[in-house]
Design a protein around this ligand. Sequence first.
Ligand code: PBG
Length: 347
Amino acid sequence: MGFPTHRLRRLRRTEALRWMVQETCVRLENLVMPLFVRPGENLSRPIAPMPGQMQFSIDLLVEQCQELEALGIPGILLFGIPEEKDSTGASASDKNGIVQRAVRAIKDKCQRLLVITDVCLCEYTDHGHCGLLREVRGQMEVDNDRTLKRLAEIAVSHADAGADLVAPSDMMDGRVAAIRNALDKHDFEYVPIMSYAAKFASSFYGPFREAAESPPAFGDRKSYQQSCRNADEAMREIALDVEEGADIVMIKPALAYLDIVYRASQRFDLPIACYSVSGEYAMLKAAAQNGWLNEPGTVMEALIGMKRAGARIIITYFAKDVAEWIRAERIGVAPDGLPPGKAPETE
Ligand code: PBG
């Protein structure tokens, strides 16, 4: 039985009806804001390919975090740009390293805000790779197994500084188990691991490498990050991280990988996160700045797509903007927080 008995337009006729029957809703509670911290004082250095995003010194970073907390953003994902880089990324696990100091300063002022730290070596190594290097038959390669110990040390040092969750982004095999073990041994058995479980070697990371000052000095990351062509392999990556004890699994990037998010959400019963990366931010921002796209409309549509695909947590550089739009009632994001009628400014 079809038309005229069934008319799908019946439920689309008023704002209130549309709100009432909506299937997907992006809420502030779902969003995590990435932030970059660098040495110095009173510094907010714009990141050119990511208009609106900055590298902050610790003092201004804490102010940023206070604003985010007040806006209702539940968490941040923290990346550090260290003073010094060397072959083993020594400063990454230093008790007084940039991230460790930043975490202590944030936790001192913002008790509610979840501080998630990115655990990786690429910002701290002079070669810019996510692991330690070794030479095999005249060729430099990333030494998986020796890297595990370093990653575990970094994770423990973050937890020790007060990080609420740790997020390994290196894509070494076995790192989740290594980090879980080390955390447990140091009495951090309740610090969750959000693993970058399926992280693809992506051109969409371009702007980030400028933001984190971490491009590889030679070669690329294709020997550890996944090929964008392989979805079954992504399921194996996620399954292994789950087995090794990941509490949340992340897929990254987001927009070009929503099929992976969807498959993961159908198959695994732990929270799925996706990371809408720097290049995704850059492309929407650039088009909006040119007046080619409506920013709140396109940003919300992209985030809703991620949520609809099955991501419960979305890491996005737009998190603060979204919170401000909600406050200014420019978009209808959370119906609980917003009466119908105030809603979508989409075109
Ligand atoms: C480092 C790391 C990267 C991102 C997050 N952690 C860059 C990379 O792997 O090259 C990318 C984030 C973004 O593009 O927003 N391991």
